[in-house]
Design a protein around this ligand. Structure first.
Ligand SMILES: Cc1cc2nc3c(=O)[nH]c(=O)nc-3n(C[C@H](O)[C@H](O)[C@H](O)COP(=O)(O)O)c2cc1C
Length: 158
């Protein structure tokens, strides 16, 4: 990790030695019986798991629809995606965006933050405003466009 001068290896190249960060964005429909309390339990358990595996992101629940942005190192992220596809608490998972490019975290401080449906546009617009990585910018623009036209358009409206 450090050379004989205590300088992190890779620092002399002027770039931090970041592991490639992947992300996955999807929406899905909540199964019957999934209410606010159950979503609270999902988030609580997600925060514990995600902290341990270096995953961060955002979860939105509104009008019976989930929207989630997850980001992290490839291996734990792929494992989580597989778990999500096998989780009976939601169905009709629609993948909105997935990347394997090197990028910065959009939500470095959120192990899993639940955001109200009415706030999702703001959260994405905020992220777009501060995003420097062109892959993040492109992904966020695609999602915002989808918010207006796709399966997410019931979110953010009450
Ligand atoms: C909408 C939704 C979002 C979820 N988000 C996460 C998450 O961010 N992190 C996580 O570890 N589990 C999350 N889960 C739970 C996983 O699907 C799974 O139950 C959990 O990772 C434990 O998986 P395992 O039983 O295969 O170990 C979520 C479940 C749902 C329905």
């Amino acid at each position: 990790m450090f050379d004989e001068y205590g300088i992190p290896r890779g620092a002399e190249l002027g770039e931090p030695a970041l592991p490639a960060l992947h992300h996955f964005v999807y929406c899905s429909r909540a199964s019957d019986g999934i209410d606010d309390a159950e979503v609270g339990r999902i988030v609580e358990s997600a925060q514990r798991h995600n902290l341990a595996s270096g995953i961060t992101g955002v979860l939105v629940f509104g009008s019976g629809v989930f929207f989630q942005w997850i980001e992290g190192p490839a291996a734990p992220l792929q494992k989580l995606i597989a778990s999500l596809y096998g989780d009976s608490r939601h169905y009709d998972i629609v993948s909105l965006d997935q990347s394997e490019e090197e990028r910065e975290r959009l939500y470095p401080n959120w192990d899993m933050e639940r955001v109200g449906a009415e706030d999702i546009r703001l959260v994405l617009e905020d992220a777009l405003e501060s995003a420097e990585n062109k892959n993040n910018v492109a992904a966020l623009k695609r999602i915002l466009k989808q918010l207006d036209s796709g399966p997410l358009n019931s979110l953010g409206r009450s």
